[in-house]
Design a protein around this ligand. Structure first.
Ligand code: CTP
Length: 423
């Protein structure tokens, strides 16, 4: 999938048309291949604008329509807007194109289904593949963005909602329809969102500049779990969100990513090699095996400092559990990684509740790392389990306050700082 370096000549808001809001540090749609599946609803005419705007941003857009979509808009409209042939019949003889559409499932960086009717959502959820769009979707590993638009009573119908949840669970992204006057004359939730918003979502999904192409990074995430016996364990409150955001951000910027994860309730990011561990000892083994030769290691995992001494293979009876548990110290993994030659850029996290800066400076020195991102987890709304974080970055050069922001965005700031260490 899209792992080559695209020609980048535009960055941030400056390179985009005026209607496009700035949503990321450096983004481009140049060189991206987008498959746009149009199903049969009145909002099909708005998909024309989506296609046109994506083309304006430099993407190569390939449209496939269901037969009923052609009742609302003609294939010629999309062909003219995208300068690419439009597929309607799955087995039609290719005329002016051959290689272009073959392998679209493999070449596409993103699939957008817009508008998505209740019918196509139902088919996708059931795994039905009876036309070009549904067949190609089953064959792709690219992210999928679905933009439902339908009568509001259909949208809120439990079957449609169940299908949406099912598809979300396997990683499909859904945009919320807007509330307002519907083509049928009624009022409610079901309107196709503005084409700008759809395009903005598409850029957010695949528009990052591939500035980490050729780099391999290892990210650890989540807690470690240290068993006392088969049912009891010592652990901590890490949700894994920061580490998973880091893995997804590096992937979006073209890096090869290995995510080493403790037990968390998060879906593994697509396109990222995810290795699961439980104990600090397992984490150490995997990190020592995977870190050599890579460009950066980010230890976002909250490694339990201690493990119960002598794990019991059988469940301990209450009477057999001592009132005072004997613990043994876990190895300091990142400190061991700092001995690697050549040494990857090393990033540590420090979750503190007091003297945050001082603790971060101490960790920078004792662990032999390049960057420490420290946060005060006693503050509400940041740190463990939350979607936002507010960190201070400490390096040999000093401290930098990074304002509160979503972890998904902070992940990009962290990669920017790592990138600057590579020179
Ligand atoms: N870390 C590690 N191995 C350990 C403990 C921590 O690699 N055994 C890493 C963490 O992943 C994190 C950084 O070191 O990136 C700091 O973790 P923290 O738990 O704050 O460090 P400790 O050395 O355990 O310090 P403290 O005494 O504050 O618990």
């Amino acid at each position: 999938m899209r792992r080559e370096r695209w020609p980048i000549d535009r960055g941030g808001k400056a390179g985009f048309p005026r209607w496009f809001p700035a949503i990321g540090p450096k983004m481009t749609m140049q060189g991206r291949t987008i498959a746009l599946g149009v199903s049969g609803g009145i909002a099909a005419y708005k998909a024309c604008e989506v296609a046109s705007k994506l083309v304006q941003l430099g993407a190569s857009v390939h449209v496939a329509m269901t037969r009923s979509a052609t009742e609302f808009v003609t294939p010629l409209t999309f062909r003219t807007l995208t300068q690419n042939p439009v597929i309607v019949h799955m087995f039609a003889e290719p005329k002016h194109w051959s290689v272009e559409h073959i392998g679209l499932a493999e070449r596409a960086d993103l699939f957008i289904i817009a508008p998505a009717t209740a019918n196509i959502i139902g088919k996708l959820a059931a795994g039905v593949a009876d036309d070009f769009i549904t067949t190609t979707l089953l064959a792709t590993a690219a992210p999928v963005l679905v933009v439902p638009a339908m009568h509001h009573r259909m949208y809120v119908h439990p079957i449609v909602q169940r299908n949406i949840v099912l598809l979300q669970e396997i990683g499909y992204r859904f945009m919320e329809p807007e509330t307002g006057r519907l083509a049928s004359g009624g009022y409610g939730k079901g309107r196709f969102p503005s084409p700008e918003k759809v395009v903005e979502q598409a850029v957010a999904l695949i528009g990052y500049e591939h500035d980490l192409t050729g780099r391999t990074v290892v990210v650890s995430a989540g807690p470690t779990v240290e068993p006392l016996d088969p049912v009891r364990f010592l652990s901590n409150r890490s949700s894994g969100k920061m580490g998973y955001a880091l893995a997804a951000a590096a992937r979006d910027r073209g890096a090869r990513v290995i995510l080493v994860s403790g037990p968390v309730g998060l879906r593994p990011p697509l396109g990222v090699e995810t290795v699961y561990i439980e104990t600090a000892a397992e984490l150490r083994r995997v990190m020592l095996a995977r870190a050599p030769g890579c460009d950066a290691v980010v230890m976002a995992a909250a490694v339990a400092d201690f493990a119960p001494k002598g794990r019991s293979e059988q469940k301990l009876k209450k009477q057999a559990i001592p009132a005072i548990l004997e613990l043994e110290e876990n190895p300091d993994i990142i400190r061991e990684l700092s001995q690697l030659q050549p040494r990857p850029v090393l990033v540590a996290f420090a979750a503190e509740t007091s003297s945050v800066l001082q603790a971060a400076r101490t960790k920078l020195e004792t662990k032999g790392v390049d960057l420490v991102f420290a946060n005060d987890v006693s503050q509400p709304g940041i740190g463990f389990g939350s979607d936002d974080n507010q960190v201070t970055m400490v390096s040999a050069a000093g401290a930098e306050e990074i304002p509160r922001m979503p972890k998904a965005r902070l992940a990009h700031v962290i990669w920017d700082r790592v990138k600057s260490r590579w020179g």
